[in-house]
Design a protein around this ligand. Sequence first.
Ligand code: DP6
Length: 361
Amino acid sequence: MVSEQDFIPSAYTNTVANGNFEWSAPSNIALVKYWGKKANQIPANPSISFTLNNCKTITKLGFEKKQSSDAFSFDLLFEGQPKESFRPKIEKFFERVAVYLPFLNNYHFTIDTQNTFPHSSGIASSASGMAALAMNLMSLERLLNPEMTDDYFYQKASFLARLGSGSACRSVKGSVVVWGEHAEIEGSSDLFGVPFTAEVHDVFKDYQDTILLVDKGEKQVSSTLGHDLMHNHPYAERRFAQAHENLSALKAALTLGDVEAFIKITESEALTLHAMMMTSQPYFILMKPNTLEIINAIWKFRAETAIPVCFTLDAGANVHILYPENVSVKVLAFIKDNLLGYCQNSQYLCDKIGAGAVLIA
Ligand code: DP6
């Protein structure tokens, strides 16, 4: 089994003075949710997600060898402009990954990042952002150690991304990714995401995710705090066990093309996630009235048409609407006619299952 030690490199064989890379990494949407963690970003339960295609972070990493190697040194740009408010997050990330990337304080970095989705959309950019940064850092490590295998490259990128933000480890690869040890997923690990290698039925291959932007405001409670509230949570143990059961059932549904089972598990996971928030101490609610309006409208539409459309939620008020490609004309018409009134400024994003991070330059 792969351990943390395996990601501590031995001395590098090459030296590199300067250069730059550019990677894009997508967001992902969990079907079985990660909610609750142990020390060092170890998840309390396994999760599984669809990697997205259109909602991405694109990050350029410039690097230049410096004289002294005492402290981390980097400039941070967002859409080409200095962005001081991102510094603490990156500083913390560098501290967490330094032992795995001993070259970090030998270089001055310029990190220039942008998202393909509007920044105040309430779509978390931490998953795509940390994954894109991790890919760039691995490209630099590969220059220092050209012997590195592709498997190691991607596994360690996911490992590093996890240390930035847990769900980011599921944004390195496509199109269905599992993170966290699970008895029925071979090679699954708490340390990094692994591609789901069991057969995925055709019906799920072009799955669509239309994201309804219900509330773009700052969340009252961050995910990191929410995870913490699973310690001493009255339902934690049962919830963690349930995630294992749901992942088993979802694995079977994905392979068999059992859309009905998929809907049951996915919607129940979304509501369970929010139920955990509502039953923690302190308790909180991230859904908005319009989140519930949308959920009810989806249930009504599904009952009337038998079209297999369902919803999931992340840690916020926005609704992800999931459905097979072959019903997209009908579902999009339904969304436009019935749901956009519940969105802030009628805003929504069309996404679908995607293939993971891409090297641009
Ligand atoms: C509800 O990955 O954002 O989206 O590890 O503290 O950065 P940190 O948390 P984060 O949590 C995501 C939680 C979730 C469910 C999921 O994506 O599995």
